[in-house]
Design a protein around this ligand. Structure first.
Ligand code: KIV
Ligand code: ZN
Length: 401
């Protein structure tokens, strides 16, 4: 029986870094690698050592300092790439060489300009060479989901025969759909000899917004490593978001019976640190870690959440290390939320006062996107504004964003 433990392979520092505006310096990669270690990821892909001197230095620095997780370095199926990756990884406690070579006809014909036979030969020789250096070798047939299935199985067979210990099946261009991806993983498990002795990994891009759904489908078919990034950064539309995969398994153990070693209380810290490092935060409506993931503006929702957060929240903000839910005041807000905010600011309003201020508040909210505490105080009759009471513990300088 396949174990329920899933290896979390974080590629924020490699695939994530390849996205426009996401490149990182050596100290930045080191700081993030320490946070990924606190988060509990099993594998950190720290970079592509042959790509640049900086990337080589970053992989080497992470390999030297971060001792618990496996540290992986990427290499093309070429001797010089593999040797360079090994040079960067040699001092790691647990090194892994990750080799990739495309197997789809479109890549073989137009990008690599090699035959299928040559592709199989390069897989065998590169994986065998990497195994002379390192016991842990991962092979990825790039563009696997657009490769002809029989040839994909031959490529995976060549890698397994040459000694690969993990086989990754990338959906390089985010093209597959859950049903199809599940079938590909299933076929590989059925057809490749010796596949039961290696870990099957998945690596999904988000071009059609299905990276996480595809990843979860592959787990159902027996994959046991997920490749993902913090905030879902990565080439083009990004990679499967680590926080979404992990929280799906925590929130829905009835449907997704998988375990990871992730300390979910560190998810928000990881997202914030990455956002500060690359100078852009995830979009506000990003699942799990976005600014609005636990924010409520509509009156009906606010009333529900104030009565019991479970009405509109399927996980607690604390479980992912987020600061707590936010009741945002705007034109959809109701009296409950308005009364609570005035109370937090130290103003105990009578029912009549609340009625009149609520009218003024909705009129203002129709004109203004963000309502701040100062706006709320200005809505009160002059005689009620002074002396200014001390703000309650929940007071914030700007209550709406
Ligand atoms: O998307 C992809 O195919 C990759 C490989 C290098 C694994 O990132
Ligand atoms: Zn990728």
């Amino acid at each position: 029986m396949t174990s329920s433990r899933v290896t979390v392979f974080d590629t924020t520092l490699r695939d994530g870094e390849q996205a426009p505006g996401c490149s990182m310096t050596v100290p930045e990669k080191l700081r993030l690698a320490r946070q990924l270690d606190r988060l509990g990821v099993d594998v950190i892909e720290a970079g592509f050592p042959i790509a640049s001197e900086g990337d080589f230095e970053a992989v080497r620095a992470v390999a030297r300092e971060v001792r618990r997780p496996i540290i992986a370095g990427l290499a093309r199926a070429k001797q010089e790439d593999i040797a360079r990756a090994w040079e960067a990884l040699v001092y790691a406690e647990r090194p892994r060489i990750h080799i990739f070579l495309a197997t789809s006809d479109i890549h073989l014909q137009f990008k690599l300009k090699i035959t299928r036979e040559e592709c199989l030969r390069q897989i065998s020789t590169s994986v065998a060479y990497a195994r002379t250096l390192c016991n842990d070798v991962e092979f990825s047939p790039e563009d696997a989901t657009r490769s002809e299935l029989d040839f994909l199985c031959q490529a995976v067979q060549a890698a397994v025969d040459a000694g690969a210990t993990t086989i990754n099946i990338p959906d390089t261009v985010g093209y597959t759909v859950p049903e199809e991806y599940r079938a590909i993983i299933h076929a590989i498990r059925q057809r490749v000899r010796g596949i039961e002795n290696v870990i099957i990994s998945v690596h999904c891009h988000n071009d059609l917004g299905m990276a996480v759904a595809n990843t979860l489908a592959a787990l159902e078919a027996g994959a046991r490593q997920v490749e993902c990034t913090i905030n879902g950064i990565g080439e083009r539309a990004g990679n499967a978001a680590l926080e979404e995969i992990v929280m799906a398994t925590r929130v829905r153990p009835d449907r997704l019976q998988y375990e990871t070693g992730i300390n979910t209380a560190e998810l928000y810290n990881a997202s914030q640190l990455l956002g500060r490092t690359i100078s852009f935060a995830p979009q506000p409506n990003k699942a799990i870690v976005g600014a609005n993931a636990f924010a409520h503006e509509a009156g009906i929702h606010q009333h529900g959440v104030l009565s019991n957060p479970l009405c509109y929240e399927i996980m607690t903000p604390e479980s992912v290390g987020a600061p707590g839910n936010r009741i945002v005041l705007g034109k959809h807000s109701g009296r409950h939320a308005l009364a609570r905010r005035y109370t937090e600011l130290g103003f105990a309003l009578s029912g009549a006062e609340l009625d009149s201020v609520y009218q003024a508040f909705t009129a203002l909210a129709d004109r203004k996107k963000s309502i701040y505490d100062q706006d709320l105080i200005a809505l009160l009759p002059r005689s009620r504004r002074e002396p200014k009471p001390a703000a309650g513990p929940g007071a914030r300088a700007a209550f709406a964003n």
